[in-house]
Design a protein around this ligand. Sequence first.
Ligand SMILES: *Cc1c(COP(=O)(O)O)cnc(C)c1O
Length: 401
Amino acid sequence: MPGFELFGDLEKKEVNDVLENGVLMRYGFDGMRNGHWKAKELEKALENTFQVNHAQLVSSGTAAISVALAAAGVGAGDEVILPTFTFVASFEAVMMLGAIPILVDIDDTLTLSPQAVEKAITPKTKAIMVVHMCGSMANMDAHQNICSKNNLLLVEDACQAIGATYKGKVLGSLGDLGCFSFDFVKTITCGEGGAVITNNKDYYIHSDHYSDHGHDHVGNDRGAESHPFLGYNFRISELHAAVGLAQIKRLPEILKIQKKNYSILRDALSQIPEVTFRTVPDGGEENYSFLNFFLPDLEIALKVSEAFKNQGVDACFQYYNNNWHYIRKWDHLKDLKSLFPIPAEVKTGLEYLKTKEFPQSDHFIGRNISCLIKLSWTEEQVNERAKKMFEIIKSILLNSY
Ligand SMILES: *Cc1c(COP(=O)(O)O)cnc(C)c1O
């Protein structure tokens, strides 16, 4: 990833189809659009690729999470359990609905810890949101058990794990609802875009209406549509969908290249006994978009990360001090810096963040380095990179003991 590394004629053709008839809206304009329904076609392609009954495109991954939760009835005052290591979008999407994000520890999968989830369940808990970070997954059997035992909704944020599988099923298709992002840096990109997938027909219909002002999309006369319930505008445009339609065709190729490049880097680092790798749950297969490994402690991890940067090993991330992805730097959430008043119930619900520590998350994120796997590397470049990474880590370890 990202998918834009492979842009070419396919993308241009799909976008040109849209520009030629000028219909940028995904609904209506039947007469003008010359048979082109890019969003509808992409939804069909997503249903086939992810082997689910329904896919609803929306304007972003963040929108997908809000739409998915709303479609299943999560709202004001409900608690949603999610991990400390994710993207800020996860708690934003929850708070937009007036719901309360309950952040809990991750484990050595770098995703939501089932034990931490169990401890955090209260009578207000409505949903568990696993976030499959950096191309791999949470233990879905464990989370499914917890959800069925406690009658909770299971939502998957699979924005970073397109194409990864668990026990033969594509991530995003295992929970009640799955969310994807097709933003500018994701494995499949539309520029901006996202999708909700589900096998639940009601959730799908709710997603369809809710993401377009509550319009029911019945009949051909748009103005005559009725509104079974309130909605907003989280639509994708035909132009964005057109890019995605080309990109989804490239997914098998993308996964193949990622796996090849990932394996070369991993084989090299496997030669170092002090380096260990994130746990992938039994029956899981990553999408190989990132290589995630652990070093013996935080200090060494920070040194390696610094040396990677200084010596030209780009696209490797150390998330301990990262503003976007890890709870330690989310003061705006802890201090509730909002432009407008936050409901009292949400304020109270977030009090825990002022004092709560996450030593288990710190333990895993502190020692982790996460390297993006690019599609455009030549074989020579990957081999050179593998050698460089090996040597940098070896020399830092040697100087640390
Ligand atoms: C990218 C991302 C999102 C949000 O997607 P956008 O399309 O950028 O809104 C949500 N969750 C995770 C884990 C992401 O990586």
